[in-house]
Design a binder for this molecule. Structure first.
Ligand code: BGC
Length: 758
């Protein structure tokens, strides 16, 4: 590795400023006289989009394997598989001369309408963070960098370049930041990409608190922060905020602005040097991996098929699947011939090859006759004659399989969805076919939940096949014929209808602002708290076998927060075929100082079982599994008390509930001040001691004056109850005439006592 400090010392101010901006759409600025090479980056996240001409942003890229997109990856809940996929991605990056792959994306699925949800993992930060960390570890284990994006609160496409996401601190810390935090701490991505949007009034590219205080200082991020493409508004302000590398380039005016700012004293050169240091560290690290060779197209296609099969989710099955003994299969829907396997936008891959779903089905259908009808058009027109043709085929077949893909004009990067619906033609097609053919199976290709209430009861089975990657057509056939037993589970809730969704009233914002009014309550946290029924819950997915959970145990019934806990449970395959089960552990805090979601995912494991086989699954819960972020203390805190540990097959299928008592080892600072209410005084361990004699006296006085219940001569109320949520100062001011000292002085004295107590 080069001596970076001595290189920085040799660089001119102009060279340093230039390095902090790209040389082209995809490359960094080299400094030839000092032997500083260029670095090549490419999208990301589920394939390598290497554009041959680095000045062409949206040109056709070189062929690469298109793996399934993140919604499908997340539904695998399989950290080992994601790691394996990461190494394959790195091999392709190496062969295509790419130093850093721009992904993964870990933004939360705040609303199912988010146009880019297909590129993100989940509505749950814990799951997203675990999966992202594995993928990053896989990619980086081969010496290729990653870019964790889009940091932070980039949860919609509507006005994504400018919208101001108004998110309270606790919600940011508990929902929108933890996936980034986990990935940064567990996998050390070489780069983090900032978001386009503003967060609480400040652009992501200039956000000192997010980029410098939290990411770099608090989490110890050592890599470089790159802007999303075109996210920088003021280059100098961005450097001050902690944005190291502006992309794309070249941006001569901005380079000049940086030079001028240093010369005028507006920008401390040490800040520029720090960004240069971070960029050079990544550039030289990247160059340690020689870029060359070829990748194994067939092996990666097979891996993409495996990942797709693991991530697809069987949502409904009345017993029709797996298919067997059919003589005539009606295959309906243009997605059977034209595989819909990825989303539009910057993640769009030029695949090495594409498995055609119809042909893959035929390959496994033995002697069965397969017939095909297109079923719906490529555009949004309504075509009754296509439905009639499909109905004709379905009627005479033993089974009808409908391949239904949500069209890209309804779902893509760059615009949000406006509803959760399939097209009018697709819904009419499903209903018409199901009417004549009770054995109708619907296979869906989409990146985010669709509403199904109007047709799901009419059909025999539904397979969520996602944006399944180039090999997904084969994976569908594997699952339909039972060559692979479905094991994917949803990483996001499928709501019954749009108006049920958490952000419905605060989406997508107006007047340049979107208020995250639902706070912590997104996804299952919201449906749980509101007790709103859903179509399919978070964590749900069917199998061709069944699993029994028994012998659930917790390692200790009383434990210290810093020690954490281990939960174990025996899982038995009680069916006739081998299968894989995803065990989930949710934590419920029985009593907390601030409101908490009814339960939160804090651990999971995927286990493979032969028929009749039992394995013990062990899941570790650490400090953070029990903690929540307290905005007043500005830290993650635990509170002593009882916690329920829910061992579950989905968010609504709780198999065992264990209980353990947490002992908090935290000694929190006293945060009482002159505005603190009596309830806050009593909730604070020191405040409670200090205020106790005063409260007792006040209680006596009130009883004497008004009787225990307020009395007829009093004011007909429990005055002490009213006092509880008044600032102590206000209560004392009420009673000043009866007090020996001025109320202000009394409160100052009590505060001094509380703050100086050990
Ligand atoms: C997207 C990023 C992407 C970049 C480069 C941006 O518009 O938001 O995810 O990496 O373009 O293509």
């Amino acid at each position: 590795m080069k001596d970076i400090q001595s290189l920085i010392a040799q660089m001119t101010l102009e060279e340093k400023a230039a390095l902090c901006t790209g040389a082209s759409a995809w490359t960094s600025t080299p400094v030839e006289r000092l032997g500083i090479p260029e670095m090549v980056v490419s999208d990301g996240p589920h394939g390598v989009r290497r554009v041959p001409d680095v000045h062409a942003l949206g040109a056709q890229s070189l062929p690469a394997t298109c793996f399934p997109t993140a919604s499908c990856l997340a539904s695998t809940w399989d950290v080992d598989l994601l790691r394996q996929m990461g190494t394959a991605l790195a091999e392709e990056a190496i062969a295509l001369n790419v130093d850093v792959l721009l992904g993964p994306g870990v933004n939360m699925k705040r609303s199912p309408l988010g146009g880019r949800n297909f590129e993100y993992f989940s509505e749950d930060p814990y799951l997203s963070g675990e999966l992202a960390a594995s993928l990053i570890n896989g990619i980086q284990s081969r010496g290729v960098g990653t870019s964790l994006k889009h940091y932070a609160a980039n949860n919609q496409e509507f006005q994504r370049f400018s919208i101001d996401a108004q998110v309270d601190e606790r919600t940011l810390r508990e929902i929108y930041l933890p996936a980034f935090e986990k990935a940064v701490k567990q996998a050390k991505p070489w780069t983090v990409m900032c978001c386009y949007n503003k967060v609480n009034g400040i652009y992501g590219s200039e956000h000192h608190s997010l980029l410098t205080d939290i990411l770099k200082k608090e989490w110890g991020f050592e890599g470089l922060v790159v802007s999303d493409w075109g996210a920088v508004h003021d280059r100098v302000a961005a450097l001050k905020g902690g944005l190291d590398w502006e992309m794309p380039g070249p941006q001569d005016r901005r380079v000049k602005a940086v030079v001028a700012a240093v010369r005028s004293g507006d920008l401390d050169e040490a800040i520029l040097d720090e960004s240069v240091r971070r960029i050079l560290s990544v550039v030289f690290k990247a160059k340690q991996t020689p870029k060359d060779g070829e990748f194994d197209v067939e092996a990666h296609h097979e891996l993409a098929r495996k990942v797709a099969a693991e991530g697809m989710v069987l949502l409904k099955n009345n017993g029709i699947l797996p298919l067997k003994g059919q003589h005539h299969i009606a295959v309906i829907g243009r997605a059977a011939e034209e595989a819909h396997f990825q989303g539009g936008g910057s993640s769009h891959i030029n695949p090495t090859k594409v498995a055609v779903p119809f042909r893959e089905l035929q390959a496994q259908a033995g002697n069965a006759e397969l017939t095909y009808a297109e079923g719906y058009p490529v555009d949004n027109s309504f075509r009754p004659e296509m439905i009639a043709q499909a109905v004709g085929l379905a009627k005479s077949a033993d089974v009808a399989i409908l391949y239904i893909a949500l069209p890209s004009y309804k779902e893509s990067e760059g615009y949000d969805r406006t509803d959760l619906d399939l097209t009018e033609q697709q819904v009419a097609l499903i209903k018409a076919v199901a009417k004549v053919q009770p054995k109708t199976v619907v296979v869906l290709n989409n990146g985010a939940p669709v509403a199904m209430s109007t047709w799901i009861d009419d059909v025999a089975a539904v397979l969520e096949a996602w944006m399944m990657g180039q090999a997904g057509g084969g994976a569908i056939a594997d699952l339909l014929f039972g060559k692979v037993n479905p094991s994917g589970k949803l990483a996001e809730t499928y709501p019954l209808k749009l108006t049920d969704t958490p952000a419905y009233l605060n989406w997508p914002g107006e007047a340049g602002e979107v208020r995250y009014g639902e706070g912590l309550f997104i996804g299952y946290r919201y449906y749980d708290a509101r007790q709103i029924p859903v179509l399919f819950p978070f964590g749900y997915g069917m199998s061709y076998t069944t699993f029994a959970y028994s012998n659930a145990k917790v390692s200790a019934t009383t434990f210290k927060d810093v020690d954490g806990l281990t939960v174990t449970v025996d899982v038995t395959n009680t069916g006739k075929v081998a299968g894989r089960e995803i065990v989930q552990v949710y934590v419920h805090d029985r009593k907390s100082g601030l409101a908490r979601p009814p339960k939160e995912l804090k651990g999971f494991a995927k286990v493979e079982l032969q028929p009749g086989e039992t394995k013990t699954v062990s899941i570790r819960l650490d400090f953070r599994a029990f903690a929540y972020y307290h905005p007043e203390y500005k830290q993650w805190i635990t509170e002593a008390g009882e916690f329920d540990l829910l061992i579950a097959a989905s968010a609504t299928d709780i198999r065992h509930t264990l209980t353990a008592t947490l002992q908090s080892t935290l000694r929190l600072p006293c945060v009482l001040d002159k505005e603190s209410t009596i309830r806050e005084w009593t909730a604070d361990p020191r405040g409670n001691v200090v205020i106790a004699p005063l409260l007792q006296k006040m209680g006596e006085m009130s009883r004497q004056a008004f009787g225990a219940d307020g009395g007829t001569e009093g004011i007909g109320m429990d005055i002490m109850e009213m006092f509880m949520d008044m600032p102590l100062l206000s209560v004392l001011l009420f009673q000043q005439s009866m007090l020996p000292t001025p109320a202000d002085e009394m409160v100052d004295g009590l505060l001094l006592q509380a703050h100086s107590m050990k």
